[in-house]
Structure formats: C-alpha cells, structure tokens
Design a protein around this ligand. Structure first.
Ligand SMILES: Cc1ncc(COP(=O)(O)O)c(C=O)c1O
Length: 439
C-alpha cells in the first residue's frame, strides 16, 4: 500500500489534528538527527519546535539510543509497586540535584498530563493527611494548558479543550490570564505591566475562602496557548498570596523545565519556589515518554506519618519509573550536563530576541513575545477564519524546510537548545518570507 494513500492513513485517529485535511495532504517525518527532520520525500526540515517542545538536546542522540538499547536488553520492565530497580532511584537522585530549593522528592508518571493529575492529587491528599480536608478547591488560569486528563482540562483554560467534555472536575476556578496587547504588545522579554494581575487570586480567596482552596496551578510561561509571559513580579506576587493563605503553588514546567528559559527550571529563572513542579518532555529529551513530579520536603514529610507498613499515597502507574525511560532520562541529563544545555538558552536569548523582533514589520504581525529560547509571533486572524492564516504559515514554512508550531493565529518557536545562530536566522528569514506571501 502506498504509505501516503488515504487508505494507509485512515486508521490512525490523529491527536489535535484536522484529520481529513492532514490525510489529504500529509506531512510525514521519516528520520531525524540533531536540528533536523527528514520527510517522506527526503527533504531536510529544520526543527523550530523541538518536535513538540521536547527534544531539547536535538534529535537521535546516540548516547540516548545506546542507553535505551542496553536497558531493554538488560531489564525491559520492572514494577515499582512494592518492588524497585536501581535506575529509578538513581534517576530521582540526579533529578533532585537539578531541582530548585527543597523540591527533593520525585514521583514518576508517563506524560505531562499524568504529571499534572499526580500533582493535583498530591495537593488534595496533602491537605487531607494534615487534617485540613476542607481544602478541596483547585485554581487554574485562563488560557492555561495542563494536558488532557480530566484534572488538567479542568484547571486548564483553553476553551476548545474543555467545552466538549462535560462538567469536568467540580470545585475549580480560574485566575485571569496575563495576555494584554494594549499594554504589553512587542515587549522584549517579560512585560513591565501587569504584576497586579496576580491579585486576582485574592478575589478568588475572598469569593471561596482560603480554607476551601488546596492549590493554584500555573505554567510559569504559558506555552500551548501561545507563549504568554508573566509580567515582571507577577509570579512573586502569586507566591506571596499563596503563602498568606496556606495555598500550595504548583508550577507546571512541562515546557519550561530542562533549560527552555536558560535555567534548569522556570522556578530558577523567576527565583520563585513553588511547592510542586510537574515536568515531562525534556526529561527524556522526548525519546521515551515520561513525566516527573517534584515535591518539597514538607509535602513528602506530611505523607510519611502513620504506621510504617501503610501505603502513604494510593496512586501510581504501571509504567511509573519505567526502566527504559529512566535510562533515556539519565542519558539525557548526561548530555545536558556535558554540553551545558540547561543554561545555553541564556547565552542565545539576546540574539534570539533581537532576531525574532525583526518580524515586527512583517505583514499580519500584531505581537511578538519572547523569553529564553521561546518566541511567539501572533498574527491578526483572518475575518471569520480564526487560525487559518497561521496554519497557512505553518504549511508554507514546512514547504520551505522549517518546522514551526501554531496555536490559533500564533506561531510558536521553541527550537532544540543546540541551535546555532545561523539556524535562528534561517527560521526567522523563512518566516519573514512566508508572511510576505500569504494574505
Ligand atoms: C504545560 C504543559 N502541561 C502539560 C502538558 C501535557 O503533556 P503531555 O502531552 O505529555 O501529556 C503539556 C504539553 O504540551 C504542557 O505544555
């Protein structure tokens, strides 16, 4: 069967994709290396999106491939319910060395969505085991993306991810988002205006009472909704309000973890210590699915009470700390360390900012946002066809050999952290050319 025929493409129901549109003009990747993919007809595509924000060290790193192959040949699978295997402990030890403050315990999941569900469950159970069981409410944020589990879409704030799926989790409320074109369009780095938007949490505390609120979850930088930045001082203010009211603060760092902003975690970048961090993606360089949830000492301690023989948390996945994922993750950490990739974005971010902002005068551009090695180029939507203009830009960039990501009418860039200056220029030049050709 022709692998590009409609028949060959039919059975796979593709996620977050217009299936019929894709299947009538498919784009298939067949191999990858470093900064590049190759597609089905052998064309090289520069990866401006790190796959899906995950391939931080670039593609097909032999160290990861070897570690995975060795692990599969040694111990393909081991349960971690009342059993263990050495790599799980080794990986957790290595990870907590990287994490900020006393985020020194790790619970393993298999994706960002599972990490988020795990974090929300830990937050609820934490209050209960401390005898504060009335704290059941979870607070997310408009435009937030926390994966696609029921927990994640409930605290998330992207309308299409929520509206089809019933009434979601009860007892959830949302902070207002921080996107403000009027004050902050074309800010370079963090916007100056808007720290006070964090005070929206005080409004929700006044509405629900702090005694009912378990946790607030935010992405330090909102990725999937189009790279929406926290104004200067915003996250500090959110932390202070949480402290004032005994509310846990969860940073969803599935994108910002592992060097995207130029620091190991976003928490380092903003110098704000959350109580829980969720991660995935760059954790294994995208090579094997995995998620990790970091918790602070006081949270772990709260569970380690009662009889020694009692299970402290009734939660876990068949594949928590899968040995092959741990092997991939350890190899990824070695690369990050050896090549200093978790801080490399910091040394490129000025150049990145300068180059992406040259798109300011390109047709259709209404805002540009950047931080670390992430940027958003927001386009004016076409009348009655939201998203169509950015999607056309994606397809035309692809035809010209550059992979970008789009969400609505925002083009998001987040290349592997190994990118070189000429490749930054190539991505932006391609985008400039494409924007000139579309109406
Ligand atoms: C902040 C954030 N949380 C959670 C997720 C979900 O991760 P996954 O797709 O691995 O479930 C994502 C994915 O993009 C994300 O960006």
């Amino acid at each position: 069967m022709d692998p590009l025929s409609r028949q060959a493409l039919e059975a796979f129901w593709m996620p977050f994709t217009a299936n019929r549109q894709f299947k009538s003009s498919p784009r298939l990747f067949t191999r990858a290396e470093g900064m590049y993919y190759w597609n089905h007809d052998g064309r090289r595509i520069l990866d401006g999106a790190a796959g899906l924000w995950c391939v931080n060290a670039g593609h097909n790193r032999p160290e990861i491939t070897d570690a995975v192959a060795r692990q599969l040949a040694t111990l393909d699978y081991a349960p971690t319910f009342q059993m263990g295997h050495p790599l799980a402990f080794e990986f957790a030890n290595r990870l907590v060395e990287l994490a900020p403050g006393d985020l020194n315990h790790v619970f393993f999941a298999n994706s960002g969505s599972e990490s988020v569900d795990t974090a929300l469950k830990i937050a609820l159970a934490y209050h209960r085991v401390r005898g504060d069981a009335s704290r059941q409410r979870l607070i997310g944020r408009e435009k937030g993306y926390h994966g696609v589990g029921f927990g994640g879409i409930s605290v998330g704030g992207m309308v299409n991810n929520r509206k089809f799926f019933g009434s979601l989790l009860p007892g959830v409320d949302h902070l207002r988002h921080t996107l403000d074109h009027e004050h902050n369009a074309f800010s370079r780095g963090l916007p100056e205006w808007g720290a006070h938007l964090a005070d929206d949490l005080e409004r929700l505390v006044a509405l629900h009472d702090a005694s009912t609120i378990a946790a607030v979850i935010v992405e330090p930088v909102q990725g999937s909704a189009g790279v929406i930045l926290p104004p200067k001082g915003y996250l500090q203010r959110l932390r202070a309000i949480c402290d004032r009211h005994g509310i846990l603060l969860i940073f969803d760092e599935v994108i910002t973890g592992f060097g995207r902003l130029g620091t190991p975690f976003g928490a380092h970048y903003f110098d704000v210590l959350p109580d829980i961090i969720t991660s995935a993606k760059g954790l294994t360089n995208g090579a094997i699915p995995m998620g990790a949830v970091f918790v602070r000492q006081h949270i772990y301690d709260a569970f380690m009470q009662g009889p020694e023989g009692a299970i402290e948390l009734f939660h876990g996945y068949t594949y928590s700390a899968h040995p092959v994922a741990c092997a991939a993750g350890l190899a990824a950490l070695d690369i990050y360390e050896r090549e200093q990739l978790l801080t490399r974005a910091a040394s490129l971010s000025d150049e990145w900012e300068r180059v992406v902002h040259t798109l300011r005068d390109a047709p259709h551009v209404i805002d540009i946002r950047n931080i670390g090695l992430v940027a958003a180029i927001e386009l004016e939507p076409r009348k009655d066809a939201a998203g169509a203009r950015a999607y056309e830009a994606l397809t035309k960039c692809f035809e010209r050999g550059v992979l970008v990501r789009v969400t609505g009418d925002t083009i998001a860039l987040s290349p592997p952290l190994i990118i070189e200056r000429e490749q930054i220029a190539e991505i932006v030049d391609t985008l400039a050319e494409v924007l000139r050709t579309i109406n």
